[in-house]
Design a protein around this ligand. Structure first.
Ligand code: 1GP
Length: 238
């Protein structure tokens, strides 16, 4: 049994910031996987997140097996739906989309996933997942059929994050959506970070190193980078 969550908590205690590279098996350049692996190993990444809106699980298995041969980082599933469970990973973010009011993403998918997860060795990390409005419709909003939270409704975002914590979630994830035009507002990160005790993940629309730094300073414990690295594997060298 791995203990990825405890390591995240430990890092938070020590103010050591974490960075996840998000890989979507549908979007990565498979023919260039060796180079991708090299760049990940040269990057400051502390975690690999794997998932996407529509990926098939056999591709996920294959990707993780190939990554694990050469990368010594925790592999964490970040699933769009229950078909993306892979026993090859180390852990899974067991997400509830608390910003939305679609029962499918609040409980139905979780009910379907639970018996499958019980058969795996995955470390299960319940995560309060909040989608924040980011300038245009994102895949998360489209696929989940939910409305993101208003960028200016700081109190509502905070109350939702706190409810997520009180319901027993172990992480809060503030999400602008993959490829978002605007990242999560820094004042929202700050307010949520100051008022929850569990670690805070922030992702979506962060396109440069300054953006990562800003999120850390505002209070993010772990930042997720997907599109920017996908588009430019030299992202962390520049
Ligand atoms: C998406 O938060 C992640 O779920 C990462 O977003 O692809 O915009 O980096 P980007």
């Amino acid at each position: 049994m791995t203990n990825i969550y405890n390591e995240i908590v430990q890092s938070k205690t020590e103010s050591k910031k974490l960075l996840a590279i998000l890989l979507d098996p549908d979007k990565i350049a498979w023919e260039n996987l060796d180079n991708l692996i090299l760049k990940i190993n040269q990057s400051p990444a502390t975690h690999i997140f794997i998932g996407g809106s529509l990926v098939e699980s056999h591709r996920i298995d294959e990707l993780i097996i190939r990554l694990k041969r050469k990368i010594n980082l925790p592999m964490v599933l970040f699933p769009g739906n229950p078909s993306q469970i892979s026993n090859e990973a180390d852990a899974i973010l067991f997400l509830s989309l608390l910003s939305g009011r679609n029962p499918e993403y609040l409980i139905e998918h979780q009910v379907k996933a639970a018996p499958v997860l019980r058969q795996t060795q995955l470390e299960i990390i319940p995560t309060a997942y909040l989608l924040i409005e980011s300038g245009s419709e994102t895949a998360v909003a489209r696929v989940s059929g939910t409305k993101p939270m208003d960028r200016t409704s700081l109190d509502l975002a905070l109350a939702t994050a706190m409810a997520g914590e009180m319901m027993g979630n172990k992480l809060v994830y503030l999400e602008a959506g993959s490829g978002a035009k605007q990242a999560v507002p820094l004042e929202m990160i700050e307010l949520v970070a100051q008022n929850i005790r569990i670690p805070l993940i922030v992702g979506g629309g962060i396109v440069d190193l300054q953006g990562i730094q800003n999120a850390y300073v505002a209070g993010a414990d772990l930042v997720v980078i997907g599109t920017a690295f996908e588009n430019n594997i030299n992202f962390f060298n520049e």
